[in-house]
Design a protein around this ligand. Structure first.
Ligand code: DC
Length: 230
């Protein structure tokens, strides 16, 4: 299949910026597939913790990434046959995911698995390097961000809703540390690149952010109707 013809919308951005929520809504609206690339890094982190693997042994981490036995069923994620949808959202898992993601071998081990999500009629994907590395030919690239304080509040609300507890000061500190690590690593760093539209959601509602993405996509689609894969 010529995947170049399949429309891909990439939404990259920092931790807790709301990119997952927006990407899922846009995918649903357009009837496209959805890839949460961060979930893959979180799954590698969870498997690493559960198997007591050495978090500094790059070969072992890459091996875990390559052999990840994961199934996505609607909104649920199964690792080795067990549901882990909420487990991977724990803050500890996100922190380890960010550390693991700095290893080139781990990123390489996950590359093809991510590209395989590019199927008709289209794909919406979120992460850090979706537009820059994994889907450089995407028809629409977005850099979605919000202030660190607003992101800490959003993450706090999310964790409370899932019955997990934390405090905002801790979360803000974790978010700032994670931003720094994700933005300053040597490989596939989080960056607002010139070919991506900037979407700052600090003072936007979810619905306004979703509309902004859809209207950019509709503009592109209007100029290139052959993007319709249905
Ligand atoms: O988006 P998230 O918070 O679920 O991602 C968890 C970590 O995974 C993030 O801190 C960095 C890493 N990640 C990455 O390096 N590249 C991606 N495309 C997605 C996530």
């Amino acid at each position: 299949m010529d995947t170049h013809k399949i429309p891909v919308i990439t939404i990259d951005g920092p931790s807790a910026s709301g990119k997952g929520t927006i990407a899922q809504l846009v995918a649903k609206k357009l009837g496209f597939h959805y890839l949460d690339s961060g979930a893959l890094y979180r799954l590698v982190a969870l498997k690493t913790m559960r198997s007591h693997a050495d978090t500094h042994n790059t070969d072992q981490l890459a091996e875990i990434a390559r052999n990840l036995n994961v199934v996505f069923v609607n909104e649920d994620i199964y690792l080795d046959g067990t549901i882990v949808t909420d487990d991977i959202r724990a803050e500890q898992c996100g922190i380890l995911a960010s550390q693991i993601a700095a290893h080139p071998q781990v990123r390489e081990a996950l590359t093809e698995r991510q590209r395989a999500f590019c199927q008709p009629p289209g794909l919406v994907t979120d992460g850090r390097d979706m537009g820059s590395v994994i889907f450089p030919n995407a028809v629409l690239k977005i850099f979605l961000t919000a202030s660190a304080e607003v992101r800490a509040q959003r993450r706090y609300k999310q964790l409370i809703e899932k019955g997990m507890s934390d405090n905002i000061a801790n979360l803000l500190q974790d978010i700032q540390k994670r931003d720094e690590r994700d933005s300053n690593r040597n490989i596939a760093p989080l960056q607002h690149r010139a070919d991506a539209q900037l979407l700052d959601t600090t003072s936007l509602t979810i619905s306004q952010a979703q509309d902004a993405v859809l209207s950019w996509y509709n503009e592109i689609y209007a100029k290139n109707p052959s993007l319709d894969m249905k």
